[in-house]
Ligand binder design. Sequence first.
Ligand code: BG6
Ligand code: MG
Length: 216
Amino acid sequence: MSKIEACIFDLDGVIVDTAKYHYLAWRKLAEELGFQFTEEQNERLKGVSRMESLDILLKLGEVKVSSEEKSRLAEKKNSYYFEYISNMKSNEILPGAEEFLKIVREKGIKTALGSVSKNASTILDKLSLNDYFDVIIDGNKVTHAKPNPEVFLLGAKGLNVNPKNCVVFEDAKVGIEAAINAGMYSIGIGNSKILSEANFVINSLEEMKLERFNLL
Ligand code: BG6
Ligand code: MG
C-alpha cells in the first residue's frame, strides 16, 4: 500500500444528492422529445459531461437534431437541473460526507473536488462546503470528461501529491475508470456490481473509516 496523502471526491452522488436531479432533468427532456428514459439507462450518463450525456440520450431516443438545436436542448436540461438545485437544503448533503471530510482534514490528509460538472461551485456555495477542499477542479477547468483521468490528475497536481498517493471517491463507473487511468486508488460509493472495478465499494461515506485505507 502507498501512503494516502490526498482524497479526491466526486461531487454529484458522493458529497451531495444531486445525481437524482440530473436524472430527473434528463428524463423531463426525454419526455418532451417523446421517449422514456429509465434509471438504468441513466447509469451511462453518470460522470459524463453535459454535451456527451445529451449525445447518449438522443441516441437512445433515436432523435436526430442540428448542432444549434443540441445547444438549445443542453441549455434546457441545465435550466431544469438548475431549478432543482436552487431549492437544495443542507439535508441533501449525503450521509457521512461532511463528517468524513472533517476527519480526513484533521488527520492532515489533503482534499480536492474532482467533478466534471459546471454547476459544482454553485452547489458548494449553496451548501457552504467550499472550505472543505484545498483544490476544486470542476467542469469549467477540464476538457475531457471521465473516464479520462484529467480531472483527477489536475486535482493531484493542484495538491502537489503524487497520483499513487491519492484515493478517489466515486459513484460512477466511468469515474472509477478515470481513477484507475490516473493511477490512483478508488472507493466506489453505491452499487458494488456497477462499481466492481473499484478497490472496494461502500454504500455511503457514513461507512468510511480511515482504517479502511489499510485495505488498499
Ligand atoms: C457529473 C454528473 O458530475 O456532471 C453528470 O455525474 C453530469 O450526470 C455532469 O452530466 C455535468 O454536469 P453539468 O452540471 O455541467 O451539466
Ligand atoms: Mg458522481
